[in-house]
Structure formats: structure tokens, C-alpha cells
Design a protein around this ligand. Sequence first.
Ligand code: FAD
Ligand code: FES
Length: 230
Amino acid sequence: MAKVISNMHLNEKVGLLEVECDRGGRPGQFYMLRAWDTYPLLPRPISIFDCTDHSIRFLYLVVGEGTRRLYQLRAGDNLTLEGPFGNGFPELSGKIALIGGGIGIAPFYYAAKNYENADVFLGFSDQPYLVEEFKQVSSSVTVNVGGTILDTLSFSDYDHVIACGPEGMLKAVQAKQAAEQTTASVYVSLENKMACGVGACLACSTKHTTGRKKTCTDGPVFRAEEVSFV
Ligand SMILES: Cc1cc2nc3c(=O)[nH]c(=O)nc-3n(C[C@H](O)[C@H](O)[C@H](O)COP(=O)(O)OP(=O)(O)OC[C@H]3O[C@@H](n4cnc5c(N)ncnc54)[C@H](O)[C@@H]3O)c2cc1C
Ligand code: FES
């Protein structure tokens, strides 16, 4: 059981939750959060937004009942945290672009703190949030509102590109990688539905060029060209 330190509402659908926890984790990993007793049945996977020796922050979007319950949490409330899970982002050096679309920006704050000189690209469909915070951890933050964040960069200017966002954006990442014929290594972090988070239930299984993979234990971070979006 962990205690909520704060739960800041950034707008009517997005919250930044800080929880007491000393388990840490690497950028790109996630925790399974449960802030209810019986309903919904399952915990929900949320990426590490940031962490210290004593606390973890999670940035989340309200889409259904589980995340709505997260939004209602107040300082002092309890919740269950399991994790950290997943492979996380790879160790990389060279020029790195971190591209987040919508709530897909969540894993890139901690990543930007860890990679030296990574350029951050943030795409929002509506009002942006946390841009000033991102500027504190990266000297290069590009923001796009209502357009396509992928149009603001060329993958070929980078050694490595990592993207997280809605499936349509990740398909566009694959298309851009192919169109530019870039030598940059391109990664995507998948956010599909999960149940156990530890490889036991196959709920998160997705098709890849090398066969089916479990997003929770084989991912959520994969080489972009290996993912078969349907
Ligand atoms: C590894 C990983 C990391 C994630 N990190 C974050 C994060 O940092 N912040 C964050 O806000 N979300 C993150 N997600 C997505 C988050 O887990 C889901 O939004 C959440 O589980 C939805 O639960 P719910 O009970 O609120 O909605 P539900 O009631 O389960 O679903 C409500 C609606 O949203 C749709 N939906 C549910 N889950 C997803 C999903 N994963 N992607 C797209 N649509 C979905 C459903 O089809 C349904 O229409 C992550 C997912 C994964 C797998
Ligand atoms: S969520 Fe159960 S196997 Fe991945």
C-alpha cells in the first residue's frame, strides 16, 4: 500500500499524481496502479513520469473508470502500486529525439533527465501542459498544438528516435522511418491494454514481424519496424 502525496489536476482530464514509493524504476518502465477495492477488476498500467528515492510521479489521462478513480485521489489516500515493470528505454548515446503525442508525453520527462542532450517534441491536440517543466530537463523542446508533431523534425538528424502516443501516430512514425530511409534507430513505446502486467495472461499480446510478443514483459518499448499494427 502506498500513500498519495499530491494529485494535481492540470486540466479537467489530466492529472499528475505523486505517490510515496522507494522502488524507483528506469525511464520507459511502468507500474500497475489500483486505487479501488473490487471495481474495476484490474489494476491499470501507467508509465513512470518521474521518480526520486522516495516518490514516483505519474501523468495520466482520464479515459474510463480506472483513470477516473485516479483523478479523484487526494493527498493521504492509499493505493496499491506493483512494479516497476517492462523493459524501459534502451541505453543510448548520440543524438536522441523523444517524441510524445498527447498523454504519450508521460514517459519522456524522466527520459529527458536521463539522456544527455535529448531533444523533446511534444504534440497536443488542444491546450498544452507541462511545457515549462519539460524545458527544465531539456534545452530543446518543440511544441505543436493541433497539427502533427512528426512534421517538425527529420529522423535523419538523429542517431535514435523514441516515440510514444496514439496508435495512429505510431503508424505515422513507421511510415516516416520508411519514407526517410533513415539510419536512425527508431523505437516505439506501446500503450495497449493489460491485465496482469507480468506476462501471465497474454492480454497484451501483439503481432510483430518476429511473431507475437507480450507488451508487458517483452516491451512496452520495441523497435518500430518490428511492430505489425493491424
Ligand atoms: C505500458 C503502458 C503505459 C501507459 N502509461 C500511461 C501513462 O503514463 N498515462 C496514461 O494516462 N495512460 C497510460 N497508459 C494507458 C492507460 O493504461 C489506460 O488509459 C488505462 O488503462 C485506461 O483505464 P480506464 O479504466 O481509465 O479505462 P477503461 O474503462 O479501461 O477504458 C475506457 C476507454 O479507453 C479505451 N482504452 C483503455 N485502455 C486504453 C489504452 N491503453 N490505450 C488506448 N485506449 C484505451 C478503452 O477501449 C475504452 O474505450 C499506459 C498503458 C500502457 C500499456
Ligand atoms: S498483461 Fe498479462 S501477459 Fe501482459
